[in-house]
Design a protein around this ligand. Sequence first.
Ligand code: ZN
Length: 516
Amino acid sequence: MCPVVVSAPRVYTGFKPTRLVEAFLAVAGRVVYAGYEAEALRLGRLAAEALGCRLRYERLDGVVVPGFVDAHLHLAAVGFEAGGLDLRGVGSLEELKELVARERERFHDWVYGRGWDQDELGAWPTRYDLDEVSGGKPVLLMRVCGHAAVANTEALRRLGLLGAEKRRPGVDYGCDGSPTGLLFEDEAWRAYRVAKHSSDPVKTVLEGQRRLLEAGVTTAATMGADWHEARGLLWAWRSGSLAIRVRVYLDWGLYRAMRGAGFVPAGLGDETLRVAGVKLYMDGSLGARTAWLREPYRDAVHETGRRLLSRRELAEKAAEAARDGLDVAVHAIGDAAVLEAAHGLLAAGVRGRVEHASLAPPDVLEALRSAGARVAAQPRFVASDSWAVERLGEERARWLYPFRTMLARGIPLGFSSDAPVEPPSPLEGVYAAAARPGPLGSLSRGEALDVETALALYTRGSASVLGEEWLGCLEPGCAADAAVLAEDPLEAPLDYIPDIAVLGAMTGGVWAWRRA
Ligand SMILES: [Zn+2]
C-alpha cells in the first residue's frame, strides 16, 4: 500500500500522554512517523520511491485524532435501528398510521420502528390500528423505552401468538381474550429479534458501519453476536466492504453451536474483522430491576434482581472459552453481579472483561482489581440512568460508574456506547464522563474526569480492553486510523463537545467515510 502523509493544523497522536504534531506518515496502513510535516513528507517520498508508487498527501482542515474505539456495542442492531422508522415525537395515532402507510414499501418484510409514547399519541396503539395501514406486512413498533411494543395481526400470527390456548406473560389480552397487539419485556424482545432477523444481514451491518463512521468510530467490538449478525459481518468482510475494524464477541449459544460442529472460531479473520471472544450474562438491568443487588431495590423492597449464572457455571464457561483462545466478556450491572463476575473469573484463572460494572463500591472495585478484569463502561449511562437514584437510593447510587476511583485503583478501563441503547457518538460519551450531568452525576461529582482522560479512555483505553495496543493511537507502530473533527475537544467549552462535527474517518490511512 502506498505511503500517505496526513497533515492538519492539529494532529493529536493520542491522549494522556497527549502529543500534538503537524503530520503523520503511514505506510501499509501503519503510522511510521509522527511529527513535523516537512520530515513526514521527506520520509514519505523516500518510502514511495522504495515501494515504486506515489506518495499521497492529505492536507486537512480541522483536528485529527486517533479513530475512536468503541469497546461495547451491537453493530447489527445499530444498523437495524438506523433503517427503522423514527417515531419519537409522533403526536397522534393518525400520524402514526400515516407514517406506516407512507413508509411500509421501504421494508423488505417486517416494517419496524421505534420511539412512540402513548402519552404523546393520546392512547395506547393496538394491532387493529396498524392492520389498517400495514398492506399485509408484519409491523412491529417499539415504545420509546424498548420495554414495550405494538405488533399488528400479521406480526402476531408469525410470532405464534394468535389462537394460542395458553395466555403468555408479556402479551396483553383484550376483553375478547385475544391479544391487543401490545407486547412487554421478553415478548417485545422476542418480536424484535424476529423482525431484526428478517432484515438483510449485510445491509444491516453496513448501515451500522456508516453510523459509526459518522461518529468517528473506526473500531468497534460487537457484543453477543448471533448467527444473523455474524453472517452479515462475514459477507461484508469477504466482499471487501467492511471499512471499520470489528471485533466480534459471540453469543454463547452461537459459540457452542460452532464448537459442536467441530469449529473453533478463535482468531478467525484478520486486522479488519476478528472473532475475539464470547459474551456471558451475570444479571439483567437496573431499569427492569433485574440487575442483581446485594441489598434489595429501594423502590421494590423484596427484590434483589436476577442472578443468571452461578460462580461455578461462570468459571467453567470462562475456562472453556479461554482454552479455545477466546476472550471472555461478562455482563454485570448490580454490585452482587460485578462481585461474582470478578470471583468467577478469578476462580477460572481468566483475565476477562466485565461489561458495564455499573454499581461498584470500593470492595467490588477491589475484587475487580484482584481478578485483573478489564472494564468496558458506558459514560452516557451517567446521563440517561435518571431513575437510578429511585432504584438504589442516594448512598448506593453514588457508586454507580465511579470512573475516577476505578482509575485510581488501577483497574483497566475503556469506554463504549452500548449503541443502539445509547447513541454511538464518542463525543457524547466524553461529555458525559467529564460533565456527569443529571441527578446521578450530582451525587458523584468527584468521579468526573477531565476531557483529556475521557478521550484517552475512548481511544487507548478501549483499545486495551480489546487487548490491541496498536489501536487508538497515531504514534509509530499504531494503525493509521483517524477521525477528523471540526474543532478541538480539548479547547471547546464542555457543553459544546457533543456538537463538534465529525468531518471524516480513515482506517489504515484510507478514507472510510468523509462528510459530503
Ligand atoms: Zn450491550
